[in-house]
Design a protein around this ligand. Structure first.
Ligand code: X2X
Length: 333
């Protein structure tokens, strides 16, 4: 009888112990495109650190940068996460937009003129709707981060009007929307991964590229002949902290809350830090001999007007209502 009691006690112990913990992995993969030298990689590092600290070492995550888990093809990151090949990621809306068409919203040219406009979308019901769109496709989104406003660099000409882009070969990323934007402007866009971008700039296979100034700075894009940088602020790509929903379901509710809060804190930290560094970064870039071109309101307006056809093509794919709602959120910011 005594033995039976012991057995029963052992069995109930097993049942009561958080079974989910038994299913936890020793380590979770976290995919990023850019490594820790960039704000993007730092956002992921912060998340990993906070989760490790707050779970007292129970939840361990390891970052795999340079899209290495998808052999450098950053547009496959979302699918890999959805199928559970990647557990977690801090990913750009651009790179996930082939699988989540709603994310093309952020790539609409000149939709968001400033940081307040980005926040008006992400920190509102519109942002929640975008998170639902991600969730519907098998990834649980937890928080926003930021890659930054993407500015245009090239090796040929100080671009300050749409006509200057005519015939320029520009490296673009991710979604076909970028092909449209640059074709509409008369340029000759080529889609390629980040891994291929710098080599293509080096050999002159392309004349230009677009990326946030932090990326231009850390990747030393100035060293591959990119002597002109036009601050046209045409779009900014938020980052999303996400977890494969298959993996998400294995965490206890307490640990889900822990992972989410850590992502929110890491995202806020990174957004504030990267916004705060832009002026200093531009100064560094100027000192390296890059000509930084700021547009007058008239020049800016010419770009806005020239890219309007992109809205006609893309609003139906993104969702007319979502686009309208985002435009209203920006207008009322
Ligand atoms: O490939 C790019 O340009 C980068 C690094 O900014 C993204 O992944 C969107």
């Amino acid at each position: 009888l005594k033995r039976r009691t012991l057995l029963a006690a052992a069995a109930s112990c097993l049942l009561l112990s958080p079974l989910a913990h038994a299913e936890y992995k020793a380590e979770y993969t976290v995919s990023t495109v850019l490594p820790a030298a960039f704000p993007w990689g730092q956002a992921a590092e912060k998340w990993v650190e906070l989760v490790n600290e707050r779970s007292e070492g129970r939840i361990n995550m390891k970052i795999y940068s340079n899209s290495q888990l998808v052999s450098g093809d950053q547009t496959k990151e979302f699918s890999a996460m959805r199928s559970g090949l990647i557990d977690m990621a801090v990913g750009s809306t651009i790179n996930w937009s082939p699988q989540v068409p709603e994310l093309n919203l952020f790539s609409l040219p000149f939709l968001m003129p400033d940081y307040a406009a980005i926040d008006a979308i992400t920190q509102s019901e519109t942002g929640d709707k975008i998170f639902s769109a991600i969730e519907k496709r098998g990834v649980t989104p937890l928080a926003w981060g930021e890659n930054g406003f993407r500015e245009l660099s090239n090796s040929k000409i100080a671009i300050d009007q749409p006509e200057d882009l005519k015939g320029l070969k520009i490296r673009v990323v991710g979604s076909p929307l970028f092909q449209d934007t640059f074709s509409t402007l008369g340029a000759n866009p080529t889609q390629m991964s980040w891994a291929d971008a710098k080599p293509a700039l080096t050999t002159g296979a392309v004349d230009g590229q677009e990326n946030p100034v932090a990326v231009f700075d850390v990747a030393r894009i100035d060293q591959v002949g990119q002597t002109y940088l036009t601050r046209w602020h045409y779009m900014a790509d938020p980052l999303v902290f996400g977890v494969s929903t298959r993996v998400w379901r294995t965490f206890s509710p307490e640990d889900q809350a822990l992972l989410k809060q850590a992502a929110i804190d890491a995202g806020k930290w990174e957004i504030e830090k990267s916004r705060g560094e832009v002026a200093e970064t531009l100064e560094k870039i100027r000192e390296r001999g890059v000509e930084v071109i700021d547009l007058t309101p008239e020049q800016h307006a010419a770009f806005v007007e020239a890219t309007q056809p992109v809205y006609e093509n893309w609003a139906p794919k993104i969702g007319e209502d979502l686009v309208k709602e985002a435009q209203d959120a920006v207008a009322n910011r």
